[in-house]
Design a protein around this ligand. Structure first.
Ligand code: CU
Length: 145
C-alpha cells in the first residue's frame, strides 16, 4: 500500500511537470508592419517552440517607453515573454536561458540590427553582446556570442 502511494505520487509529479514542458511559451511581439527581419525572427522563435502573437504598430516609440527600453539599447522590435521584455533580435537560445535562469531584471536586449543573427542573414561583423535591459550608459552584459 505504501509502495503504491509512492508510485502514485511519482506519477502525479510527472503529470504536473509534463504540460509545462510541452506547452509552448507565449510571446507578444510589437513590430512595425513593414519590418521583414522581425517576421523572420518570429518564425525562428516559432521553430524553437515559442508561440508568437504579432502586434503591428507604427508607434514603437510608445512601446519602448511603456516597457522601459532605453534609447541606447533599442532594436527593431520589442517582445514580451514570460514576464520579460526582449528587445531586438535576441536568438531563441538566450531567451530560453533567461527564462531558465530567471534573474531579477526587466529583460534583455540586442541593440541595433546586426547581421548574422536570426532574422538578419549574413556574416557577423564581430562578437555581439546581449545586455540586461537597464538604464544608464553601461548596462550589465547578459551574454556575448
Ligand atoms: Cu525586428
Amino acid at each position: 500500500m505504501r509502495y503504491l502511494k509512492i508510485v502514485l505520487l511519482a506519477m502525479l509529479a510527472l503529470c504536473v511537470q509534463a504540460p509545462a514542458l510541452a506547452q509552448s511559451v507565449p510571446v507578444t511581439l510589437y513590430k512595425n508592419p513593414n519590418c521583414g527581419c522581425c517576421d523572420a525572427w518570429a518564425k525562428d522563435l516559432q521553430a524553437n517552440g515559442f508561440k508568437v502573437n504579432i502586434v503591428n504598430t507604427e508607434d514603437l516609440a510608445s512601446v519602448n517607453e511603456h516597457y522601459g527600453v532605453p534609447e541606447n539599447l533599442e532594436g527593431c522590435h520589442t517582445a514580451f515573454i514570460g514576464g520579460y521584455v526582449i528587445e531586438g533580435l535576441v536568438p531563441a537560445q538566450y531567451i530560453k536561458a533567461l527564462l531558465k535562469q530567471h534573474p531579477a531584471t526587466r529583460g534583455i536586449a540586442l541593440p541595433g540590427m546586426p547581421t548574422g543573427v536570426p532574422g538578419m542573414p549574413g556574416a557577423r561583423s564581430g562578437p555581439l553582446t546581449i545586455y540586461y535591459l537597464e538604464s544608464g550608459a553601461t548596462p550589465r552584459i547578459f551574454a556575448t556570442f
